[in-house]
Design a protein around this ligand. Structure first.
Ligand SMILES: Cc1cc2nc3c(=O)[nH]c(=O)nc-3n(C[C@H](O)[C@H](O)[C@H](O)COP(=O)(O)OP(=O)(O)OC[C@H]3O[C@@H](n4cnc5c(N)ncnc54)[C@H](O)[C@@H]3O)c2cc1C
Length: 492
């Protein structure tokens, strides 16, 4: 195994493999170092649903990306459009206007072209029927700006990226973690010190692209940066994303950037394992809460379940659940919406109960029965008339209760009643490194660090407070590709 490459990529998730592919395309020799053993490869990317948010102007763009859509299928779907300006606005809206404008613009303006690049490399996409469309008026209507997923979800995306990379000559070393960055006398990053079962070794390169995830799997860093209690959250993905890339870059003078106390965290099955399950991947999530209500152990509601389309609330509600007594919440539905619940509500591993009266449901789930009965009675009284339509913000809300439910408010009054116990599952962290338009890491005095590039979850500045679903993979692909292209040119 040679120990000198043009580009060393740290990690082998979506961002890393996009960087590796882009660098190879520019003629660089590329080595990807992956901390996980081969049978556990793929990073958090493997655990995703593979849903990816790109800007598009209408069905024609989707058909270019998904050539398999027949005329018959096209006639049965309504994907609407998701112009770049709306993508940008959504990003700004959910991040409270804090997303770095230049990064946000790069993300949205390069989203579709980057997916077309991936398509040309052999990654296949398909319309996101299961989780992102509702059948309304005889047509599948897609909502929330998220129209496609990778074929095979996250597993499919990961496998297709590995195939593309290996077919094109990217070398990959598994069970090998980057420990620290090497710097030459001119202050250029010139490789990494890596640790494998054989021991420590130096791998030299003209450039290094860090793409080894955030610090979501590091309990100590979670407590330190996200705050007390976060060490107790469940981790939705791999145990390997422990902030190594961020630490290594800070050690050579990189600038920290973004929302270091912020993260993406969702409602996750109460009895899910401490870190991700490679077979079930994202199925411990519970994303149909806009169709019902969420209560705590006292039976009290604490968020507006219908504040916005699910894509724009789910990533911040994990934090709200972490703040409840015992870090537990319960999603409550009735028969009317059971058929609309997502697939993840049907796995045998769900922590769930069903009963014909509200008090029995409460007892089965360990919720205060009086509290739940009172909440549901007051909620039902507050529901306003209107037409329920899960594919749009239907405005069918409540009045006179706190918090309100702003959309999709249906009374909970038709047994059987269903309850699902959830806790907080952390997905990824928002804080990280500062990069420039070339995905080059910026030093703490404001200029780029020669030879050092970064992409994916370890980059800060794009997401603050909240996140639009599907933007993580897209950001990893867009900035991974840019990082790889520029890393191939050398130290910069
Ligand atoms: C359950 C779940 C569902 C999700 N669903 C979606 C979705 O549908 N759409 C979406 O856009 N996003 C989704 N996300 C977020 C998504 O995972 C990320 O945005 C994206 O996959 C991150 O890609 P990445 O390449 O930055 O990190 P990863 O894919 O996590 O890759 C990082 C890699 O670096 C490796 N590594 C860590 N430290 C080292 C080291 N020192 N040396 C070498 N290797 C190292 C890790 O082992 C890992 O393989 C989901 C996340 C989870 C957990």
């Amino acid at each position: 195994m040679k120990d000198t490459y043009d580009v060393v990529v740290v990690g082998a998730g979506n961002a890393a493999l996009c960087a590796a592919l882009a660098a190879r395309e520019r003629g660089a020799s590329v080595l990807a170092l992956e901390k996980a053993p081969e049978h556990f490869r793929g990073g958090n990317t493997y655990f995703t649903g593979g849903a990816i948010r790109c800007a598009y102007n209408g069905l024609e763009d989707i058909r270019e990306l998904v050539p398999g859509v027949s005329d018959e299928e096209a006639a049965a779907i309504d994907v609407g459009s998701y112009p770049e300006a709306r993508y940008y606005d959504d990003l700004m809206r959910v991040t409270e206007g804090m997303s770095d404008p230049a990064m946000a613009q790069t993300l949205v303006s390069r989203s579709l072209s980057t997916l077309l690049w991936l398509r040309d490399l052999g990654v296949r996409f398909t319309p996101l029927y299961g989780r992102q469309s509702f059948k309304v008026g005889g047509k599948h209507r897609f909502w929330g700006g998220l129209a496609v997923e990778a074929v095979g979800g996250g597993k499919g995306l990961s496998d297709q990226l590995f195939k593309a990379a290996i077919d094109r000559g990217v070398s990959i070393r598994y069970a090998t973690k980057a420990m620290r960055l090497l710097m030459d006398r001119r202050g250029r990053v010139s490789g990494v010190v890596a640790q494998s079962p054989e021991g420590l070794e130096e791998v030299n390169s003209k450039a290094v692209a860090l793409a080894c995830g955030g610090f979501e799997a590091n309990a100590e860093m979670r407590a330190r940066y996200l705050g007390p209690g976060w060490e107790l959250a469940k981790v939705r993905g791999v145990p390997y994303n422990t902030g190594d890339g961020i630490r290594m870059a800070l050690e050579v003078g990189a600038q920290s950037h973004g929302h270091w106390s912020g993260c993406h965290a969702v409602a996750w099955d109460l009895n899910a394992p401490p870190t991700g399950d490679r077979n079930l991947t994202d199925l411990y999530q519970k994303h149909s809460y806009p169709l019902g209500i969420i209560v705590n152990v006292k039976g009290r509601r604490f968020v507006d379940e219908g504040a916005d389309l699910r894509n724009y609330t789910y990533a911040k509600y994990g934090r709200e659940i972490l703040g409840q007594p015992r870090r537990v919440a319960f999603q409550i539905f009735d028969r009317k919406v059971e058929g609309l619940l997502r697939d993840e509500y049907r796995i045998p591993q769900c922590t769930t109960a069903r009963a014909n009266d509200v008090r029995s449901l409460a007892t089965a789930l360990d919720i205060d029965p009086d509290g739940l009965a009172d909440t549901i009675r007051r909620f039902n009284d507050a529901v306003q008339d209107g037409e329920f339509n899960p594919a749009v913000l239907d405005g069918k809300g409540t009045v006179g209760i706190e918090p309100p439910k702003s959309n999709w408010a249906l009374p909970i009054d038709e047994p059987p009643y269903l309850g699902y116990a959830v806790t907080c599952g952390i997905t990824f962290t928002f804080g990280g490194l500062r990069i420039d338009q070339n995905a080059q890491v910026i030093g703490d005095e404001g200029s780029p660090i020669p030879g050092l590039y970064a992409a994916g979850e370890l980059v800060g500045g794009l997401f603050y407070h909240n996140y639009p679903g599907g933007a993580g993979l897209m950001a990893g692909s867009v900035f991974g590709r840019i990082a790889g292209q520029n890393a191939a040119a050398g130290p910069g």
